[in-house]
Ligand binder design. Sequence first.
Ligand code: C5P
Length: 284
Amino acid sequence: MNTVTLPAYAKLNLTLDILGKRADGYHELATVMQSVTLHDDVTVTLTECSGIVCRCGTLPGDESNLAVRAAKAFFAGTGIAPRGLAIDVEKRIPTQAGMAGGSSDAAAVLHALRALLAPGMTVQELETLGEQVGSDVPYCVRGGTALAEGRGEKLTTLKAAPRFHVVVCKPDFSVSTPVLFRRSDASEITDRPDTAGMLDAIEAGDASGVAARVFNVFEAVLAQAEQKAVFSIRETLLALGASAAAMTGSGPTVFGLFTGLHQAQLAYHHLKRSYQQTFLSEFV
Ligand code: C5P
């Protein structure tokens, strides 16, 4: 076997809380993450050439691509002699969207390299390698429903959350994650998610309890124009029957959770008319 293709799933933050700033400049988080079926396809092939060739749609395939960084971290971390690699990413997850598209590609590269070169490695070992690549990578290695704490690397796997259909909609601008974290430092966070309540609702399989607790503290620190755009999509999703709607990660993508497929389809078609990057998905 010299080639592996794996799906790289997007994630949503069902809750996202910032607990404080750390001495290392990162922020202490408590966030409940959920994989959704929207995914990139990542193919890793061992080649006879030296070096890594990465093709990733219109994105650069250089060291700035987390997929490339993951491959380098794999060889550096395992001590396995670097091999020539071709990494081909078929992108579907919107970029700079708060859906961990790049981190998920990186996680898929780690899984693919394990399958090709180090089948004895544990998922935990892959997660540890992923930490060096980015804060969301360990979660993306694991996937499913999980609580992420610390910088994002302290993971607790949760019972699979009650399944929802999901409409995700990315407005046509991007938000800088470090800038949003800095804004959160400068303003007092008054409204926070009920993380403990979310964990209980997930454990109990209580879909309406989950929906009632969807909340992201980053929404409060968006610039005014960004907030207006995000809130407008959120209101549209709720008006069209979503049980909950919120921004994911550092945005600006907004997601709506729907119990019924038909309503989710109607909302998808409605938003798709105004926002090209609208997708219909569901919990993995
Ligand atoms: O770890 P990653 O490179 O994905 O993080 C991107 C940026 O997001 C960091 O440089 C930092 O500014 C911010 N960040 C943070 N606290 C976290 C995760 C990310 O401040 N827990």
